[in-house]
Design a protein around this ligand. Structure first.
Ligand SMILES: C[S@@+](CC[C@H](N)C(=O)[O-])C[C@H]1O[C@@H](n2cnc3c(N)ncnc32)[C@H](O)[C@@H]1O
Length: 290
């Protein structure tokens, strides 16, 4: 495992460090590689298209997981580093990419302390990824630091009021409270919040609300069971109440109620979920401007 270096790491307090260790283990639970391939795989190409990766450009995908955005960026001709906190996901991504003959550099790294030089990349992306780093301002500053002046930044984040934002709100009462100063992930999908994070460090900012259409779950229970067995944060919520059958039953019911409430009727009456996200792109200003 490579050593993680960077200024922010040194200032982590013990609680934030411990939280990141739990996050690292949490994202390795279940089967996120399957979920990335079966449910959210369309988002990576959307982000790569929006940010416009050109052949030969140096691209960093932060919190890349198995390479949902990093792989299409490489297919577009980028020289791509896929970085993530969770080595198990990087390993799965590396194996899948190698099987397809796609070359990327897979690097273990905390989004709050990226082990790259200032201005090292032409394009910096994060697809439903950096939003999960605990300290938003620290992570945003790192994204901007490693992007050269005139380079592009592209982000996709679930919105607070969209389906996955509501999923996190639903799971929150079942999970231990985070340490003080840690902000909820879907805030990255709030336009004012993300504009504030990027500040003067990015110009020509474009923000768009879009939805991922999800028709993979035939019933609300199928959604619940899929997430309870594959999605690390949901598995963590179930583990937190594992000793309490009533709380477990309540979580079961809340997840089913969420999926039932959010579903619309699709072709042939099959249930469809629209998972709203924010797509943000912009051009990095000269560092002195931020
Ligand atoms: C929902 S997954 C998204 C993965 C991928 N970008 C995708 O679109 O499928 C969230 C990712 O954030 C990563 N992550 C969480 N906290 C992180 C941190 N502090 N630094 C870097 N990656 C982090 C997790 O390991 C996980 O791969």
């Amino acid at each position: 495992m490579m050593t993680i270096v960077g200024g922010a790491r040194a200032t982590d307090d013990a609680a934030v460090t411990a939280l990141k260790q739990r996050h690292r283990a949490m994202w390795a639970l279940g089967d996120y590689p399957a979920l990335a391939a079966e449910v959210v795989g369309a988002l990576g190409p959307v982000l790569v298209d929006a940010v416009g990766v050109r052949p030969g450009e140096r691209v960093l995908d932060v919190a890349a997981g198995t390479g949902n955005a990093a792989v299409p960026a490489a297919l577009a001709g980028g020289r791509v580093v896929a970085s993530d906190l969770t080595p198990e996901l990087l390993d799965a991504g590396r194996r899948a990419a190698e099987a397809r003959g796609i070359v990327l550099d897979w690097r273990e790294a905390d989004a709050e302390a990226l082990p790259f030089a200032a201005g090292a990349f032409d394009v910096v992306t994060s697809c439903i990824g950096v939003m999960f780093a605990p300290r938003h301002a620290v992570a945003a500053a790192e994204l901007l630091r490693v992007c050269r002046a005139g380079g592009r930044v592209g982000l996709i984040a679930w919105t607070p009021t969209g389906f996955i934002g509501r999923l996190f709100a639903t799971m929150k009462p079942y999970l231990p409270a985070p340490p003080p100063g840690v902000q909820p992930p879907p805030l990255w999908g709030d336009e004012a919040h993300v504009r504030g994070l990027l500040g003067a460090g990015v110009e020509d900012v474009r923000v768009e609300r879009r939805s991922l259409t999800v028709d993979a779950f035939g019933t609300p229970e199928a959604f619940r069971d899929y997430f309870a067995s594959r999605y690390g944060p949901t598995i963590a919520a179930y583990r937190a109440v594992a000793d309490d059958p009533d709380r477990t039953a309540a979580l079961d019911a809340d997840l089913v109620a969420l999926a039932r409430d959010a579903a619309r009727s699709g072709p042939g009456g099959a249930p469809v979920l629209d998972w709203e996200y924010l797509l943000v792109t912009g051009r990095r200003t000269a560092p002195g401007a931020s």
